[in-house]
Design a protein around this ligand. Structure first.
Ligand code: MN
Ligand code: MN
Length: 476
């Protein structure tokens, strides 16, 4: 069956709302290139919307009542938000879950070296990337350096117009005869992703023969020393402080509208912030509902949902237990019932049809930019391996809801059978026995430095997520 192009269905008012949402989304993206930056943004907005931080609510012995908003942040990189509903929690919640980590290059713990007159930082890539896409791009460094005394220095270099940027070199084409014969996976190897961060030696005072910091300049590593001197001066950072730093190298630059018609958004890290943002917005725009509404914004999906801040961590379950306690509803059995009776949309992106590579997609079961929110019954690879294959009853329940609300949806698989595959956090929440399905925005050039999406699909995602939070309610 054919799906409508969303733009054909919009009147002027909807086009305006769609464009306004895209503008808000792009401004969020410009400020949120790391998990921590996302959490900062969401915490500020949640507070503005009257949400209370969970540990504060616990300390104040606050009694949570229907309509109250509460949120919990875990290690500055994951977050669960709840809007308490009218029904007891053990009757189930409606949960939106998106991830806020994205593929990138992480700076190693002992990264700084000098070679050929350049100061360089060694990196280790995070998540699935085509390494050759990261050379000769303007790159920015975002992250934190935590010192031994616990003080945190926040870095964000490369985004302002007058900030310097960083880059990784690539061999000039004139000398690339051998390189160009290599398979794409080997053209640029992981250890070759060294970030160039300086080319000027520590300046020596002609009279004292000492360096700018009064130190003897070491001739051999003078460029490297100069970079370290700048880091010391600007951030009071010693070389050993890299050990306890989380510095992410990401494409520099702002989100842009794309196309003559400005119908698309081109920017870094849309997988999965293009679902995280509408998941958050949907909750903020949801008032009192029958079931408790919840949005999860989690870390580490791109490396298997591991670690204390990944979806496989118990932080969400623990936060829910605390919330139930504050509602006067906690019991071990009540907690289990609440989880098992919930409905979830795993709000993650789906691969969009790419006209440059039609053979990798099966046209009938592929997501297209501009045709609405994607419902992905299953992901996985090699015969649905490792996926959450959603229940037909649940899929039917959602079809009915979205149709009634006039939300435009399309169904899709990640790609042609046996072309490859992928996963999301869906299977982890399904472990509790709740109904879960993947549902998100289609993305073109996924996991590349500049991913593309359709403004219309972001708008349909927000409309769909709001409908879901307000109206879903099928128990397993
Ligand atoms: Mn994703
Ligand atoms: Mn991904």
């Amino acid at each position: 069956m054919e799906r409508l192009n969303a733009w054909n269905t919009y009147d002027l008012e909807m086009q305006k709302a769609c464009n306004e949402l895209a503008a808000d989304y792009m401004s969020f993206m410009d400020r949120s290139k790391t998990e921590r930056e996302c959490i900062d943004f969401f915490v500020n907005e949640a507070e503005k919307n009257g949400y209370t931080e969970l540990s504060r609510a616990i300390a104040e012995k606050k009694r949570l009542r229907p309509g109250d908003g509460v949120y919990s942040v875990w290690m500055n990189k994951s977050m669960a938000l709840f809007r308490i509903g009218e029904q007891p929690l053990e009757e189930g919640m409606n949960i939106l879950g998106a991830h806020i980590d994205s593929p990138r290059l992480d700076i190693k713990q002992n990264p700084l070296f000098e070679e050929g007159g350049f100061a360089m930082l060694d990196t280790h890539y995070y998540g699935g990337i085509k390494k050759y896409q990261y050379v000769t791009l303007p790159l920015a460094i975002h992250g934190v350096v935590v010192k031994k005394n616990g003080e945190t220095v926040i870095l964000n270099i490369g985004e302002d117009e007058d900030d310097p940027v960083f880059f990784i070199s690539d061999l000039l084409v004139h000398l690339s005869q051998e390189q160009l014969k290599k398979p794409a996976a080997e053209v640029i190897e992981g250890e070759a992703l060294d970030l160039i961060v300086g080319n000027k030696p520590l300046i020596i005072d002609a009279n004292t023969k000492a360096g700018r910091e009064g130190k003897e300049p070491s001739g051999k590593n003078a460029v490297r020393d100069a970079v370290m001197a700048i880091l010391k001066q600007n951030y009071d950072m010693d070389e050993a402080d890299f050990e306890s730093a989380e510095l992410e190298v990401v494409p520099a630059g702002r989100a842009r509208e794309a196309g003559f018609d400005r119908s698309m958004v081109l920017c870094y890290a849309q997988d999965d912030r293009v679902c995280a943002y509408p998941s958050f917005r949907a909750l903020m725009e949801t008032g009192l509902t029958a079931r408790t509404a919840c949005t999860l914004l989690v870390d580490k999906e791109e490396i298997g949902s591991v670690g204390a801040t990944g979806m496989r961590s118990r932080f969400f379950e623990n936060a829910l237990a605390e919330v139930m306690e504050l509602c006067g509803q906690y019991s071990e059995l009540g907690l289990r019932r609440a989880l098992a009776s919930s409905c979830m949309l795993s709000a993650d992106v789906c691969s969009a049809f790419d006209p440059g590579y039609p053979s990798c997609f099966e046209a009938k079961n592929t997501a297209y930019l501009g045709r609405g929110l994607v419902i992905t019954k299953f992901t996985g690879s090699k015969g649905k391996l490792g996926c959450n294959d959603a229940n037909a009853e649940y899929t039917a329940h959602l079809r009915g809801l979205f149709e009634e609300a006039g939300v435009l949806t399309q169904t899709a698989e990640i790609g042609r059978v046996d072309a490859g595959g992928g996963g999301t956090i869906a299977y982890i929440l399904a472990l509790y026995g709740m109904n879960v399905i993947d549902s998100g925005v289609p993305v073109l050039s996924m996991h590349s430095p500049w991913e593309a999406t359709s403004k219309a699909d972001i708008y349909e995602a927000l409309r769909g997520y709001k409908t879901f939070l307000e109206k879903a309610g099928l128990r397993g």
